[in-house]
Design a protein around this ligand. Structure first.
Ligand SMILES: *Cc1c(COP(=O)(O)O)cnc(C)c1O
Length: 396
């Protein structure tokens, strides 16, 4: 059904209303969960009409679901993209997107401070299929450009990155990529569409782990990719084959979570900024990796490119791996867990969470310091989070 043209609205209005039909089945205000694996045809004529594109309707669960479709339209609207596609997880979005774009003999440039599983998929899995990968330091645009070869198909990066919150100059990245005719993909999980919209800078595809801020309640796994209709169409065709589709209930939870996205993220921005300022002057804390701080290498870029600095604060404890663990264990509000972006604050020591099986040397090789703490700030009261950190730091 064609929807009437509406003026471009603010992120909060989009988060609540975008993608949803005004009139829904049973006059319910919420989008129903279409908990079905398949869709029925009245007769063979309807089947023929469907396959000859005379009517628009669903066919089978792997090819689409109305609840999923609403989530996708909402996500596309929030990122100012033409179309969006939802997946069973963030990694499903990343792997299907890369499989859709790359072929044997292709080359990819990826920045070094990126989600570990993304780097593993590129280097190990796609390596087995004859894809070449160059890893370059995030923020070094000369190295990024030097790495581009005639067979380079895309540049893949995060911004901000995990766990050091490095911020890429998207304008500069797009300038290089367009001049060299290379596509750009940004994993924008840390920023969310509230803090940054890479599509507005000319980035081709934006990926999110919707498990994090977009869902926002630590209760679902999902992923998304948004971009131009032709690019998303190609990825959708591959998803229909590879099958990493979300469950309709996860799509419903994502829609529900997205309604409060702007509220949650602005609170998390505020909380994180206060936590970073507190940590920055604490004698038992070394470097604080947060873009609001003037000591952050891309503070100026973040200030002009982002509406908020995000909800993850990474910092180095003035002590060894065990002193750092004592701080983590002494915190009484954040829970020790992987993941980030939910309403509950989470804390972890990356060396002992995502990088546990590595040796000290291997960790340093991939840039993971053992005294590093990643704090994903929730929507609690900043005063409480700071008081809690203050007492925990006494244990260092
Ligand atoms: C969590 C995360 C992913 C992977 O998403 P899943 O939903 O866990 O599969 C990818 N990129 C970033 C930046 C993440 O934080």
């Amino acid at each position: 059904m064609a929807e009437p043209k509406t003026p471009r609205r603010g992120a909060s209005t989009q988060a609540v209303h975008a993608g949803e039909q005004r009139s829904k089945p049973t006059d319910a205000i919420t989008t129903p969960i279409s908990q079905t694996s398949t869709y029925t045809f009245a007769n063979t004529q309807e089947l023929r009409d469907h396959f000859e594109h005379r009517i628009e309707r669903e066919e089978y669960g792997r090819y689409g679901n109305p609840t999923q479709r609403v989530a996708e339209k909402k996500l596309a609207a929030l990122d100012n993209a033409e179309d969006g596609l939802m997946f069973a997880s963030g990694m499903a979005a990343i792997t299907t997107t890369l499989f859709a774009i790359l072929s044997r003999g292709a080359h990819v440039v990826v920045t070094d401070d990126a989600y570990r599983r993304t780097r593993q998929f590129l280097n190990q899995t796609l390596g087995r299929f004859g894809v070449d990968v160059s890893t370059v330091p995030a923020g070094d645009y000369d190295r990024i450009e030097e790495a581009i070869r005639p067979n380079t198909r895309l540049i893949f990066s995060e911004s901000p990155t995990n766990p050091y919150n490095r911020v890429l100059d998207l304008e500069k990245l797009v300038e290089i990529a367009q001049r060299r005719r290379v596509k750009t993909v940004i994993d924008s999980t840390f920023a969310t569409p509230i803090n940054q919209r890479p599509i507005d800078f000319g980035i081709d595809l934006v990926i999110h782990s919707a498990t994090k801020y977009l869902g926002g309640h630590n209760d679902l796994l999902a992923g998304a990719v948004v971009g131009s209709a032709p690019l998303i169409g190609g990825i959708r065709d591959l998803q229909a084959i590879t099958g990493a589709v979300p469950d309709p209930f996860a799509a419903y939870l994502l829609i529900r979570g997205l309604k409060t996205l702007a509220l949650r993220v602005s609170r998390q921005n505020e909380n994180a900024e206060r936590l970073a300022a507190f940590l920055d002057t604490h004698p038992k804390v070394g470097t604080v990796h947060y873009p609001s701080l003037s000591s952050h290498p891309e503070h100026e870029i973040a200030k002009s490119q982002m509406k908020g600095y995000g909800g993850v604060v990474s910092f180095e404890v003035a002590g060894d791996i065990d002193a750092t663990s004592r701080l983590v264990d002494a915190c009484q509000i954040p829970r020790i867990a992987p993941s980030l972006g939910g309403v509950e604050s989470l804390i972890e020591q990356p060396a002992l969470m995502s990088f546990y099986e590595l040796t000290t040397e291997e960790r340093l090789q991939v840039g993971i310091k053992e005294n590093l703490v990643r704090y994903s700030v929730g929507v609690e009261d900043a005063d409480d989070l700071i008081a809690d950190l203050e007492q925990a730091l006494e244990q260092v």
